[in-house]
Design a protein around this ligand. Structure first.
Ligand code: IMP
Ligand code: MG
Length: 169
């Protein structure tokens, strides 16, 4: 593995997770919350978030692949869909990182086709680049410039997901 420069320490992430979980506890009280974790990158973040929740929720998973072709935006392909009945539910989509917003936009449309009541986004890292117009991040951990980051679930060619901190290679 290449050397990784720490960007957000374990302690910083823990504090941020606590803050976000507090907001979710407040905002989703008495809602029909389904947390959907986008595989594989968000599992670490998501598992830390849910252990801080004091409200009822169900959990589900979705897997998508994004292809960066010659165009500036990648094409998204659904590899594994959710399995719970989503009709009338309040979905909180948990994602590791939002780059162009193409993935979130795709998943949002997919959930509205499943007749959900609402969709909100909880994203560990938001890149400060131009986004798809329909994407607003409701719960954001950290904002970064255009760096490529790894750790705490985020990978580079499948590696570095197990690092307890977020760093740059
Ligand atoms: P988007 O669809 O352009 O927003 O891309 C989002 C996806 O690209 C994320 O779910 C990640 O899998 C991947 N990605 C984007 N930037 C990074 C990064 O800095 N590190 C690791 N994965 C990234
Ligand atoms: Mg991802």
């Amino acid at each position: 593995m290449k050397k990784v420069k720490v960007l957000f320490s374990e302690k910083k992430i823990k504090n941020k997770v606590n803050k976000i979980a507090k907001l979710i506890n407040k905002d989703f009280r008495n809602k029909k919350l389904v947390i959907v974790s986008v595989l594989s990158g968000s599992v670490v973040f998501c598992s830390d978030i849910i252990r801080k929740l004091k409200i009822d929720f169900e959990i589900d998973f979705i897997r998508v692949a994004s292809y960066k072709g010659k165009k500036s935006f990648g094409k998204i392909r659904l590899l594994c869909d959710t399995s719970l009945n989503m009709k009338g539910k309040d979905v909180l989509l948990v994602e590791d990182i939002c780059d162009t917003g193409k993935t979130l936009s795709y998943v949002k449309n997919l959930f509205f086709k499943k007749k959900v009541s609402s969709v909100k986004f909880c994203v560990l890292i938001d890149k400060k680049i131009k986004k798809c117009k329909d994407i607003k991040i409701d719960y954001c951990g950290f904002k970064i410039n255009d760096d490529f980051v790894v750790g705490y679930g985020l990978d580079y060619n499948g590696k570095y997901r197990g690092l307890p901190y977020i760093g740059v290679i």
